[in-house]
Design a protein around this ligand. Sequence first.
Ligand code: FCB
Length: 455
Amino acid sequence: MTARERIRWGSATAAYQIEGATDGDGRVASIWDEFTARPGTIARGDTAAVACRAYDDPEPMLAAIAWLGVETYRLSIAWCRVITGPEGDVNPAGVAYYRRVLGELRVRGVKPVVTLYHWDLPQWLQDRGGWADPGVIDAFVHFTEIAAREFGDLVSDWITINEPFCAAFHGHLSGLHAPGIRHEPTALRAALMQLVAHGAAVRALRAADPEARIGLAINLSDLEAASSSPEDVAATRRADLVENRLFLEPILTGRLPDDTAAHFGEPALAAALDGIDIASAAVPIDFIGINYYEHNVIRAAEHGNDPIVRGIEKLPVPEPRSANGVAVRPDGFVRVLSRVSALAPDLPIWVTENGIGLWDYLSPDGRCNDVERVAFIDRYLDALEDAVERGVRVEAYYFWSLMDNFEWSHGFQLRYGLFYTDYPSGHLTPKASAERYRERISRAAASPVRERQAG
Ligand code: FCB
């Protein structure tokens, strides 16, 4: 059978990074409110209390989406704005806000994909053990059911969890993210708990709407051994376990990678699996979301330099690289996509994030000429289109991010937006990259629909 398909172009944000109004309208605290209040956690002591003001005034964001001409927009719904606490009560103001945004997207002909968990765990759940406590699964299913009930008429595409790797290992091992714990067994537990919660949420969404398209967004890294020595190859395999296979394999097969116990230790693995069934993570999904940023060259090192994977050293990243030292490697992007495509040839891929962090600024003429991001867009989209020509089944691409926003531990310093956010006023200015992305989208829309073999 021949399918006529083409990539749907979009851009992405997440609730905590853009909304502000952290005390507003019945919202309860999230782990990030607590974390950002701790001295020394966030660059310059920034907090997301105001951010891009998208809660108080979503209009600039909606206008930016329309200006770009994207067909789809990825946003997240803040659990702590919708559910008020352990009793599971619903906050009508939070529901009304997201219904307004989703309704406006519909009016503008933009299809939303909604992330349910983009790292903003309610603090009351953290107080009960957070992602280390199996009670979080029922709470997540409850939130998912409420989201399906309240927004299901406006949303048919859902992402259960965003980057369980970061939430687990930066949240519970490197200490870079909320809740700021540093304990490897807890990080492993949090990783597996999120995968099981993902499975449970897929089942809840499916029950609510059999037509829904459901997936999750995992970040995958492209890793290369510094040499062919057995030590470097083994070190690269350990990094691949923690950063990639620990997530890919349970989702696709229901099984943990064979080397999980060897890396984390039998007792930690047994504790991580206590009371949960990892096989339940392998529920059928309609797409797999991939967030691509990282390419690293790995060397074995007894006292390594990675805060998450023991015994490895990540070599300095040569230029071109982002302002925070992430490699610009479109070839790595293609390798990651091809790897997933080889593992699951029938599963559509949505690139749920891809982008570059820079120290952007407005010139005196009021423009932001982000030449590196313009080049990034050209190189990554060319690579993506080639991969699709060669049979990788990518259905959607979301540029991270629509606008500069609260970049977690980097605060507001590091900018990822297509639009420059003037934080004091909330004003958004399209950067040169926004113009380029808009151009690329309209060029792609005008080009003939490609023929592709399917099924
Ligand atoms: C990803 C996150 C996203 C954003 C980008 C730059 O890890 O999912 O929220 O911070 O990185």
